[in-house]
Write a protein that binds this ligand. Sequence first.
Ligand SMILES: [Zn+2]
Length: 267
Amino acid sequence: MKIYISADIEGIAGVVDWKETEKAEADYKPYSAQMTREVKAACKGAINAGAKEIWVKDAHGPGRNIDIDELPKMVRLIRAWSEHPFSMMQELDASFDAALMIGYHSGAGTDGNPLAHTFSSEKIAYLKVNDQLADEFLINTYTAGLAGVPVVFVSGDETLCESVVNFNSSIKAVATKKGISNSVISIHPDEATARIKAAVQEALDEPNRKLCKVNLPSGFKIEINYINHAQAYRASFYPGVKQLNPNTVLFETDDYFEALRMFSFLL
Ligand SMILES: [Zn+2]
C-alpha cells in the first residue's frame, strides 16, 4: 500500500496564534515539533495498516516545517513548493492507494479556528465552490479525486472535522482542538497522536477506502471574494474569469485541473 500525507500546521494540537506557525518566531519550535509528531503518528497508523511506501507533503508556509529524522525510513518528504497546480497535493497520482490530511483547519468565512483561512489569509475573504464555502480540505480532496485517490483521514480543528464528515461520513476525522473566537480548547498533544495513529489504521481498511472514493461534481462554479478590490480587478483579466462586484470574481469550468490552474495564478 502506498500512502500520501498532506500536512499543514494551523490544525495541529494547541496552535492558536500565527506566531506559532512562523519559522522566524520564538514560539514556533514546539508547534512544528508537534506537527512532525502528528505526521509520525499517521505514518505509524499507516504502517500498522500495511503501508509499504509513504510520501509526505510539507504543505505549510515555506514547506520546511517537518523534521524527517523523526519519521520512519520509508518516508519521502516533499519540501518547499514546485509551483505545480496540485500545490498542497504535489506529486499525488493514481499510484497512491489513499491520501491523509494532518493539521488541516477551518476555511475562510468560518469561525472554527482563530487562524481560519483558505490558502491566503492576506488575500482571500472567502472562496465558494458551487455556492458553498470551500476550505483547503475540499479543494485538495477534489484534487485527490482528479488523481483517482480516496481521502480517508483528516485531522484538525473540530469545525473542520464536522465539514469533513458532512462531505463523506466514511472519512475518519480526529479533532485536535475546538476553536472559540480567538481561543482554542486543545486536547493533550500525546492524546492527539494516539487518536491519529488509531484512526488512520482504521481508515485504511480496504472496504473503508472504497467508501472514501471522491466523486467530483460535473461542473465547478468558483467564486473568489478578495479582501482588496484591486486583487479582484487583477483577477478579472485571467481567461474565463468574470468580475461580479468590486471584490468578487467568478470562474466556471467542467475540468477541475483548469480550476487548479486558475487557483495557482489567482489565490
Ligand atoms: Zn498552513
